[in-house]
Ligand binder design. Structure first.
Ligand code: ATP
Ligand code: MG
Length: 520
């Protein structure tokens, strides 16, 4: 089916010329006279691309861009020759790309084609983001997916390394074959080897049967070696051999096994630094680092945060059947400013919890957990400094201040990691008549109960960084059940979910018997 282009007529001449070029190239086109009409048309026609031929600085253009940006349509704008810094302007306006008039219609079509392809790739891989760094990652994925070379994906925790590894597999000729992920940090040395390479019957105590390893299971497909930097030295030697010879032995085996597997490895620590510190083999590093992709932390591409927040909140509102009207500008600004040490994963988890827990259908600053608010505030203090520094003493001082800020962020990150104890999930539950308090303890040994004496300020379920959604949800369900004295229909109403959904979740969390008991 032909791809559809919607063209606004704000600049009649540019629009007509582009229209002719699109038609000649086999696209279906629709021209709409006013920007406001274009919004309705975009909804009606579900175009692949909207071309704004002019009037980009008018409020109507902003409304149109706002309406289209979260749809599957790509956005291309034509700027006036008087517009300064077109690329920066396009990014600020929320366009996928912009061209300065007068422009060659053939170029308009070529850019549109690329934008549509990129947008499709994003829908297909789930890798969201308009920031140039993300666009660069997408281009790289497209380029290296078709070949079989080893890829090293580097980036902090939660930046999307696994998402990228899956995208590489899904866009490669191997897509019909298995994608097998192994977390190299999760298993002790001996188990990791038998997990990767399999073992023969009787190879070690407990090896009652022959077992195929992940490399064999991935034959024809892709193996994803996650946290490869944590791989023990002896396993590194064996992996090197697989990469060099394309063959290996099962543990306890004598016959070499040949496989056709593409290796994608990921690490959230710099492998190069590990090599320098003698913790990772240099020869293996070179073997893994044939092609590489670096995922920047979220704090270095903050302009993507609003887009991610909008997409995630719609996704979770649908999933959890929650009414959702949006997020206030103030709350969005706090999210844009927060430091996000856990990157996109942390943002995604937070949005999910806010969508579920926000008392109204709109997310407000008060719905943002205190730790994120505080982190955001801490950040404001040093970041104001470089502006002043620049005025006073130029680039050198700016550089020093910037380095100090980076150092400070790293120290904060370290401190946060050290602070990471087993999390305690508190559910504060305050029925009108008789205040009650209960808590759910997660993480076992280390978590001490102690807050039970504190009076609960209001009826809230507390979210803490690092909590999984299931824990938040389970806690909310328990609170609602206590609040409704075990009446499931009322509990479902209170939670704003269907009764059927509640039953399913009770089963899932094994709350069936205790959930209906009277409050403690
Ligand atoms: N660009 C992105 N667009 C949309 N979702 C993203 C993006 N990047 C990451 N995510 C989401 O964030 C979460 C974490 O991503 P992923 O598991 O790929 O990170 P990771 O780098 O492998 O983290 P870790 O090092 O902790 O294993 C996932 O839910 C993923 O879908
Ligand atoms: Mg991962």
């Amino acid at each position: 089916m032909a791809q559809r282009i919607l063209i606004t007529l704000d600049d009649l001449e540019a629009a007509v010329r582009a229209n002719a070029a699109f038609e000649a190239a086999g696209y279906e086109t629709t021209m709409v006279s006013a920007l406001d009409d274009a919004r309705a048309a975009a909804r009606r026609e579900d175009p692949d691309l909207v071309l704004l031929s002019g009037g980009l600085h008018e409020p109507a253009a902003q409304r149109l861009i706002g309406a289209v940006r979260d749809s599957r349509a790509a956005l291309l704008g034509l700027l006036e020759p008087t517009d300064a810094e077109p690329a920066e302007l396009a990014h600020r306006l929320g366009l996928g790309a912009a061209l300065v008039k007068p422009c060659d219609p053939a170029e308009v079509v070529a850019v549109a084609r690329r934008l549509i392809e990129r947008k499709r790739l994003q829908e297909r891989t789930g890798i969201l983001g308009e920031h140039p760094a993300v666009q660069e990652v997408l281009i790289k994925i497209e380029q290296l997916a078709p070949v079989s070379s080893t890829v090293l994906v580097e980036g902090e925790s939660g930046t999307g390394k696994e998402l990228v590894a899956r995208a590489i597999h899904d866009l490669s000729p191997r897509r019909g074959k298995p994608f097998i992920a192994v977390n190299c940090a999760a298993l002790p040395e001996t188990l990791l080897e038998s997990e990767l390479f399999g073992h023969e019957k009787g190879a070690f105590t407990g090896a009652a049967e022959r077992r195929l390893g992940r490399f064999e299971l991935a034959d024809g497909g892709t193996i994803f070696l996650d946290e490869v930097g944590e791989m023990p030295a002896s396993t590194q030697v064996k992996l090197l051999r697989v990469l060099e010879e394309r063959e290996f032995y099962r543990v306890g085996g004598v016959a070499p096994i040949r496989v056709d597997v593409r290796v994608v490895a990921a690490t959230n620590r710099s492998l190069k630094a590990l090599v320098e510190g003698g913790e990772f083999r240099q020869d293996l590093f070179y073997r893994l680092n044939v092609l590489s992709i670096y995922l920047p932390p979220l704090r270095e591409r903050r302009s993507d945060i609003p887009l991610l927040v909008r997409r995630f909140s719609h996704e979770f509102a649908r999933l959890h059947e929650r009414p959702f009207r949006g997020i206030t500008a103030e709350a969005m600004q706090i999210l844009v400013d927060a430091p996000w040490p856990g990157n996109v994963r942390q943002l995604r988890n937070l949005v999910e919890s806010m969508v579920v827990l926000a008392p109204t259908s709109e997310i407000r600053p008060s719905d943002i957990p205190a730790d994120v608010l505080e982190q955001g505030r801490e950040r404001l203090l040093p970041v104001r400094v470089p502006g002043i520094a620049r005025e006073v003493a130029g680039q050198e001082l700016t550089y020093i201040v910037q380095s100090l800020i980076d150092l400070r962020l790293q120290v904060e990150d370290l401190r946060r990691r050290m602070d990471e104890r087993p999390h305690r999930v508190e559910v504060i539950d305050l029925p009108q008549a008789e205040p009650a308090y209960a808590e759910v303890v997660e993480g076992g040994e280390g978590a001490e109960a102690g807050a039970a004496a504190k009076p609960a300020p209001e009826s809230v379920v507390l979210y803490r960084t690092g909590m999984r959604m299931a824990e938040v949800e389970r806690a909310a369900i328990e609170a609602a059940l206590r609040d409704s004295a075990g009446n499931r229909r009322r509990a479902a109403e209170m939670l704003g979910i269907g009764e059927r959904t509640l039953y399913r979740k009770l089963k899932e969390y094994e709350l069936e018997s205790e959930g209906t008991s009277s409050p403690t």
